[in-house]
Design a protein around this ligand. Structure first.
Ligand SMILES: Nc1nc2c(c(=O)[nH]1)N[C@H]1C(S)=C(S)[C@@H](COP(=O)(O)OP(=O)(O)OC[C@H]3O[C@@H](n4cnc5c(=O)[nH]c(N)nc54)[C@H](O)[C@@H]3O)O[C@H]1N2
Ligand SMILES: Nc1nc2c(c(=O)[nH]1)N[C@H]1C(S)=C(S)[C@@H](COP(=O)(O)OP(=O)(O)OC[C@H]3O[C@@H](n4cnc5c(=O)[nH]c(N)nc54)[C@H](O)[C@@H]3O)O[C@H]1N2
Ligand code: SF4
Ligand SMILES: [Mo]
Length: 731
């Protein structure tokens, strides 16, 4: 028996886990790590199933090559050779413009995704870069980029100190939180109330999170921007603003808010005017307060405007960048990022002209870019840790269009709805065979914190996922040789920049000496060590007493608390004015569209999504301990709608994009006129035995790739117009 302590890689809560392994390295128990200073022993059913996940017999353990409709196993050399041949053929025939990359959600959790995802993109040399970000939080990046100058400078609610939390479109009791890294999110919410604070939840559904709150406000899907503008309007009208940071554009935002009186916002949002007024007053009066908006507010028609207004309110109530308000984390690996203010739409997608953001094109444009002939038509695609057939709007269309590509490579654990279209599948090792560091998620943590998990189980003769991606990057770029050279190049470039930067803790030092002192058994570890040392707590930071390094993390396997969030303004701003931009022109321009929507007639029934505690987007439905019970693909619907529409057990749901038959789950917890279907299901044709037995349907048959948030190109999953009618025959 051995005991290992690791970070759970399965969601954004980054819980510490304590696992015991038997002599065959099989997991015999998984518990929350009580000595982790951040998660303090918290664990959820998914983390507890980590061992089951690694033992899933349907996991791929060797590369797979498809020959017609048949799959065969292959050696790693064979598989990489096949990738080189396939990619080069596409490049020769159609050029690099015809290549594409799709990076899925787990890239935000893996070391490989953080350190090598960008290398694959650069190696391909194409603008057809897509990721789950434009199905998720791109509105937050764009709004933050325009307000603060950097799309990764994202303010998170200071959960542990706030007196008042207004939370819109998030359900952390199921999701465990997002763009707000907080293990035991449920406990942290309960603590707000215990210390006499107030929690208000805005959601079209009375969720488990809403049930925990002091107040739940039903809102019409897709209307958060109106509600938030209503609050801004009241703050100005009643002279409740207390701006405590340097801002640009105060007069412009005041002016923009004029049409959005509570009375104007009420019919559109379904929230009574007096409630909007009261929430504005409460936010202004609370000793500290934070507004936090997540998926429900992002994946909507006015996602970017809503995300902007969240932080506008945080500024206007004096809560941006102060304890108990909305604050900017300072992660241990933070290195200087950009020198120029953020811009979007530096290029646009070929077919529909959708804007680039963060160097990516909207994933909602992927299918049309594959289908539409002409120069730049996608002919070769790599997917890494993604299942876009189930996660993209109008996924059914992508399912068809992927059959058209000449060559496809997938880096994935499973043969699934997406990877079945690949020519070559390259499987990453088990989670316990992988090292883990949350490069992305610790930048959104509600406390500054760091933890590293080296592999717990030896890799054997399998490559790590970092090696797989580094190799893909080199093949794509047409480079031969050792992947270690790739890491050395990055280390060299980073160190050169650091020694040349005035004010850096290593200014003027010798790059060779610094390189020689780095520790690590892999290129990824060397790079992590470098980032930790150069970062704000590192031994090369120039800060007295700072001594963070990889070795220190290895010596502290339960992780290290780096203290509560601290004010970061104005140092973290990269805006042209050097101030917080309250009224960026692009956002003001979209307000005109928003205004027009105030009086538009609304569809009778709209679809929203939901997340389920024992599920993880599309890919944890093959673990028997997690499926079944409440974890089912059903359509939540208000009983009044069931009666009004004369529905039975199942119903036909139709949208502009497609149609489905789904089992109904009538419940008072959802607003009349709103139905909810979880995404990630639809495993009917799956070769994964458990998932196929709990197939469900693909919610993204109904969502529409034709509609995106205008500013970010983000997919719209919430507020999709549908009709629901009686299903006559059910097979
Ligand atoms: N209707 C609707 N659709 C949605 C959403 C919604 O709310 N409603 N939410 C959207 C959001 S927020 C997101 S993030 C996307 C997610 O969209 P995707 O990222 O496309 O989908 P996932 O289901 O997360 O797929 C993860 C894939 O990675 C594989 N995998 C798991 N771990 C690893 C690993 O360590 N390495 C590798 N290489 N592969 C791994 C899994 O087998 C799976 O195939 O879905 C979006 N789609
Ligand atoms: N167990 C589990 N955890 C997960 C995931 C999972 O699939 N399962 N997925 C992970 C991923 S990829 C992400 S991005 C995060 C997301 O984390 P969350 O943002 O917390 O996502 P959800 O749980 O879907 O909660 C979104 C809520 O928004 C509500 N909503 C829908 N439309 C609207 C609207 O127009 N306005 C408002 N105000 N509310 C609306 C929905 O009813 C729902 O309760 O969760 C992550 N964690
Ligand atoms: S909450 Fe998230 S990080 Fe924590 S154990 Fe569950 S899946 Fe893992
Ligand atoms: Mo997500």
């Amino acid at each position: 028996m051995t005991t290992v302590h690791r970070t759970c890689p399965l969601c954004e809560a980054v819980c510490g886990l304590t696992l015991t392994l038997d002599s065959d390295n099989r997991v015999t128990s998984v518990k929350g790590d009580r000595d982790d200073p951040f998660s303090k022993g918290f664990i959820c059913p998914k983390g507890a199933s980590l061992g089951k996940l690694d033992e899933d017999p349907d996991l791929l353990t060797t590369p797979m090559i498809r020959e017609g409709t048949q799959w065969r196993t292959a050696t790693w050399d064979e598989a990489f050779d096949a990738v080189a041949v396939g990619l080069n053929k596409v490049i020769e025939e159609h050029g690099r413009k015809s290549l594409a990359l799709y990076l899925g959600n787990p890239n935000a959790h893996t070391v490989a995704g953080a350190l090598y995802g960008g290398s694959v993109a650069r190696g391909l040399g194409t603008r057809n870069i897509f990721s789950a970000s434009s199905l998720d939080q791109m509105p937050k990046h764009v709004a933050s980029g325009l307000m603060f100058g950097d799309p990764l400078t994202i303010a998170v609610p200071d959960l542990d100190r706030t007196d008042y939390l207004l939370m819109l479109g998030a359900n952390p009791l199921e999701s465990n939180g997002s763009l707000c890294t907080a293990p035991n999110f449920p406990g942290r919410l309960k603590d707000i109330r215990k210390r006499g604070g107030k929690l208000v939840v805005v959601d079209p559904r009375h969720t488990r999170t809403a049930a925990l709150a002091d107040e739940h406000i039903f809102v019409r899907p897709g209307s958060d921007a109106y509600l938030l503008f209503g609050i801004v309007n009241v703050l100005f009208a009643e002279n409740l603003t207390t701006v405590s940071v340097d801002v640009d554009g105060l007069a412009a935002i005041r002016e923009a808010a004029v049409p959005f009186t509570p009375e104007a916002a009420a019919p559109r949002t379904g929230v009574p005017a007096d409630v909007i007024r009261r929430i504005a007053r409460e936010l202004a009066a609370a000793p500290t307060a934070a507004v936090y908006g997540r998926i429900g507010t992002c994946t909507a028609e006015f996602g970017t405007v809503a995300q902007w207004l969240v932080d506008v309110i945080n500024v206007l109530t004096g809560n941006l960048d102060r304890a108990g308000g909305a604050m900017f984390p300072r992660p241990a690996t933070a290195l200087p990022r950009r020198s120029r203010p953020y811009r979007t739409a530096r290029w646009t997608s070929r077919v529909r002209g959708l804007p680039e953001a963060n160097g990516e094109l909207p994933a909602a444009a992927l299918a049309e870019e594959i289908e539409t002939p002409g120069e730049g038509q996608i002919r070769g695609i790599i997917t890494v840790a993604g299942n876009p057939v189930l996660s993209l709007p109008n996924g059914a269309r992508l399912d068809t269009s992927l059959q058209e590509v000449d060559f496809m490579v997938s880096v994935d654990r499973y043969l699934n709805e997406t990877t079945k279209h690949a020519d070559v599948i390259l499987p990453p090792p088990q989670t316990l065979q992988s090292s883990h560091y949350d490069f992305a998620l610790l930048a959104f943590a509600v406390r500054n914190y760091t933890r590293y998990s080296p592999p717990a189980v030896a890799l054997g003769d399998r490559p790590s996922e970092s090696d797989i991606l580094a190799r893909l990057a080199m093949i794509a770029a047409g480079l031969d040789g050792d992947t270690a050279a790739h890491d050395e190049l990055i280390i060299d470039q980073t160190l050169r920049k650091a020694v040349a930067a005035q004010g850096s803790g290593v200014f003027g030092r010798d790059v060779g000496d610094l390189r020689a002192s780095l520790q690590g058994e892999t290129g990824a570890e060397l790079r992590l060590d470098m980032m930790l040392r150069l970062g704000p707590y590192g031994e090369w930071s120039g800060v007295d007493g700072a001594d963070l390094s990889l070795q220190k993390l290895l010596d502290n396997p339960h992780g290290l608390d780096l203290g509560p969030l601290e004010p970061q303004l104005p140092d973290c701003l990269i805006t042209a004015s050097g101030k917080v931009e309250l009224a960026p022109p692009q956002l003001l321009a979209d307000v005109e569209r928003l205004k027009a929507g105030l009086t538009q007639t609304q569809p009778e029934i709209v679809l929203i999504g939901r997340r389920q505690l024992r599920s993880n987007n599309s890919w944890m439905h093959n673990v028997s301990t997690l499926v079944g019970g409440s974890n089912r693909c059903t359509l939540l619907i208000n009983p009044a709608d069931v009666e009004r529409l004369g529905l039975g057990d199942d119903a036909v749901v139709k949208s502009a994009a497609g149609e489905l038959i789904v089992p109904l789950e009538p419940t008072d917890s959802i607003m009349p006129g709103v139905v909810s279907l979880p995404h990630g299901w639809g495993h009917g044709a799956s070769t994964q035995s458990v998932a196929a037995a709990h197939a469900g349907v693909n919610a993204n048959t109904l969502t529409d790739d034709a509609h995106v948030d205008a500013l970010s190109g983000n997919a719209v999953f919430n507020g999709v117009p549908v009709t629901v009618s009686h299903a006559f025959s059910v097979s």
